[in-house]
Design a protein around this ligand. Sequence first.
Ligand SMILES: Nc1ncnc2c1ncn2[C@@H]1O[C@H](COP(=O)(O)OP(=O)(O)OP(=O)(O)O)[C@@H](O)[C@H]1O
Ligand SMILES: [Mg+2]
Length: 247
Amino acid sequence: MKFISVAGIKGGVGKTTTAVSIAKILADLNHSVLLIDSDVGLSASYKWLHRNPDYPWGLQVRKWEEVRRQLEQNPKHLQEQGLDYVVMDTRGSEDIEELVTLARQSTLMVLPTKPDGLSVEGLKDTLTPLLQHKVRNFKVLITDSPAHNSDGKDAQDELVAAKLPVFASIIRRTEAVSKAATQGVPIKDARVYKTLKDDNGEYKVDSEGYLIQKSSGRAHNAVNAWLDYQRVVQELVQQLNQTAAHG
Ligand SMILES: Nc1ncnc2c1ncn2[C@@H]1O[C@H](COP(=O)(O)OP(=O)(O)OP(=O)(O)O)[C@@H](O)[C@H]1O
Ligand SMILES: [Mg+2]
């Protein structure tokens, strides 16, 4: 069982989006996946998956509080579930001790950051104590990278130059991401459309004003962030298999 935590001190940097997407992509690859939500807020992953109970997620999602209680009764509780992956979504927290403990329990800790100045500053606040505690099993992921500037690539280059582990795949800013959360579906199935009316009737147009074909309201740009997350999972699986092979 591999344990992937998604963490960081700063809020709003894409942790939940990352945890939900990684968990779903692993499940789509026929792995047995449990997504644990240690956040309680409205925007957390437990709520995301429960907004649309009909969607075939193909994975389990549970709240950390409940899992923790079971683990107190039986420390092997998770091992006994026959899981391939446990993915944990966390809340932004300043509690360094908690962060270091979580990292030590993780097979890999993913640290998402947006490429803007404040988020990168927040990332440094996360990295400094981890490095001080000699934690190295983390990997930074640049999320929500806008297409109109090179901020994402610049942030990535800076991390590479500082010899910090960073995913090669950068998650592009994609309108469907926030829709996916409110619609309770993975990014790939989010719908982004507006309805326009004129004398001849009603039309559904996508976020860029193109007419959407009948019945398919799927966001044509939803594929951007989804492809990027698929590449992240490829990197992740490869790295975890290598680590396993080298003991
Ligand atoms: N690739 C992306 N494209 C567009 N918007 C994005 C992208 N990634 C994240 N966002 C948006 O950024 C916001 C924060 O994302 P998310 O909720 O995943 O972050 P978080 O770190 O879990 O936040 P919190 O600290 O509140 O738990 C959301 O509105 C989300 O839709
Ligand atoms: Mg969150």
